[in-house]
Write a protein that binds this ligand. Structure first.
Ligand SMILES: Cc1ncc(COP(=O)(O)O)c(C=O)c1O
Length: 421
């Protein structure tokens, strides 16, 4: 089987291949870290320049009325299209961590659910810290962090048993950051609903690459970053989704002026907005919001189903070449093998993972720089953003890893300066 030829054929048949030119690309570099920070869309440069030079530079304060006050609504509308929610259920603004705090605090205070706060060991540390920080508001002043036999995949039976025995407010990452495990969202939402529970989904590693349909999956609350597969730029604001049925019982713990019913009446008494705007707090970060608009445009133009399909194909191809080319080395795939249980990155483990990452990033005169990312203890995450990663990129990456392992190049790397990038 000629794996290179397969890659070339798949690339030439790829309906999304034209999207790569819509991003700023470095020659001789393969970027496999779009699951952490997405690339810069070319259109965002133009748009940011317009906002900086004309809207801020020239029009100054008048731009709030002319452009900026409507920006957040415009972007939230596009986000609602992407997740198939009503427009009135989504906001884009503030960080994922802050939005998670707002939703969890609000649910704890809404009396709709038992005050049990539960997450699992696969969740992103920031989510776990936030949940820990909220434990004083829970019934027994404690939270639960579920452990499974593995710290890479969820044991759905263990999770369901917990929901039955300890109903309440659950927070899970739809695609887990380490192994890319993808939860069966609809099945779990239905199970939670039947057991007087709610799941708040952190969609950071899923939004822009997984076809999330909040109506079909009966999702009640979700949050997620826009700087990964949505290419919104470093620290771009996250989205927050609260379904209509829980919105009326919800209260934002951060009672800032943008969440007021009439912020520009400047009343001293706080009256929350009656719609999703109640989840706003302060002034929107205009310069960070601007590129989210372009990022969303690109994903909507490509079509989320097409993106998901290409992601699955890339993943299956990557697993195949890893199995064939790296089988004689001590490399282990620690992501789910089944496509329906996997997001858009594949994690491989090797005891020299950190040094292999260093060598990939460095490149040399005969090979491209390859940017994966490293996660302790010995994980290499290979993220493939379908809008700009090709099959041949994955082929070249695996062949480079093979070369590094065959020649034991990692022996030449000094490990005294261990750092996580
Ligand atoms: C799954 C997940 N949740 C939460 C966060 C934190 O996001 P933020 O820094 O926007 O608060 C991240 C950041 O990478 C993440 O990957």
């Amino acid at each position: 089987m000629n794996l290179k030829k397969i890659a070339i054929e798949k690339d030439s048949a790829d309906d999304l291949k034209t999207f790569k030119s819509k991003f700023l690309n470095s020659p001789n570099e393969i970027y496999l870290d779009g699951n952490s920070l997405g690339k810069l869309p070319v259109e965002s440069i133009k748009y940011l320049n317009e906002v900086i030079n004309n809207q801020w530079g020239q029009n100054l304060i008048r731009s709030w009325n002319d452009n900026w006050l409507k920006l957040s609504e415009k972007i939230s509308f596009k986000m609602s299209k992407l997740i198939n929610s009503d427009n009135a259920e989504v906001l884009v603004g503030e960080s994922t961590s802050v939005n998670l705090y707002k939703i969890l605090y609000s649910l704890l205070n809404s009396c709709q659910f038992k005050k049990n706060l539960v997450t699992d060991c696969l969740n992103f540390p920031s989510d776990i810290y936030i949940i820990e920080g909220l434990k004083e508001y829970t019934e027994k002043k404690e939270i639960t962090i579920l452990n499974y036999n593995s710290n890479l995949s969820c044991n759905v039976d263990v999770l369901k048993k917990s929901i039955q025995e300890n109903p309440g407010i659950y927070c899970l990452s739809l695609v887990t950051y380490k192994s890319s495990f993808l939860y069966p969202i609809k099945e779990l939402n239905e199970f939670a609903e039947n057991n007087k529970s709610i799941i708040v989904w952190d969609c950071s590693h899923a939004i822009g690459v997984i076809d999330i349909d909040v109506k079909d999956s009966k999702t009640k609350a979700a949050i997620g970053c826009t700087y990964k597969f949505l290419n919104g730029g470093p620290g771009s604001p996250s989205f927050l989704y609260v379904s209509k049925e829980i919105l009326s019982h919800s209260q934002n713990p951060i009672k800032g002026w943008f969440g007021h019913l009439k912020p520009f009446d400047f009343e001293n008494k706080y009256k929350p907005a009656e719609n999703i705007n109640k989840f706003k707090a302060g002034t929107p970060s205009v310069l960070s919001l601007v590129p989210v608009n372009t990022g969303l445009d690109l994903v909507l133009e490509a079509g989320i189903i097409n993106i998901r399909n290409k992601s699955i194909e890339l993943g299956e191809y990557l697993i195949k070449i890893i199995n064939i080319e790296l089988n004689k080395f001590d490399v282990k795939i620690t992501s789910p093998i089944e496509s329906k249980s996997r997001g858009s990155h594949i994690t491989i483990q090797h005891k020299e993972a950190w040094k292999i990452c260093k060598l990939l990033i460095k490149g040399d005169k005969n090979r491209k720089k390859i940017i994966p990312d490293f996660r302790p203890e010995n994980n290499i995450r290979l993220g493939y953003s379908p809008l700009y990663v090709s099959f041949i990129d994955l082929y070249e990456t695996v062949i480079t890893i093979k070369e590094i392992l065959e020649n034991k190049e990692y022996l030449k790397i000094d490990d005294s300066k261990y750092e996580v990038t």
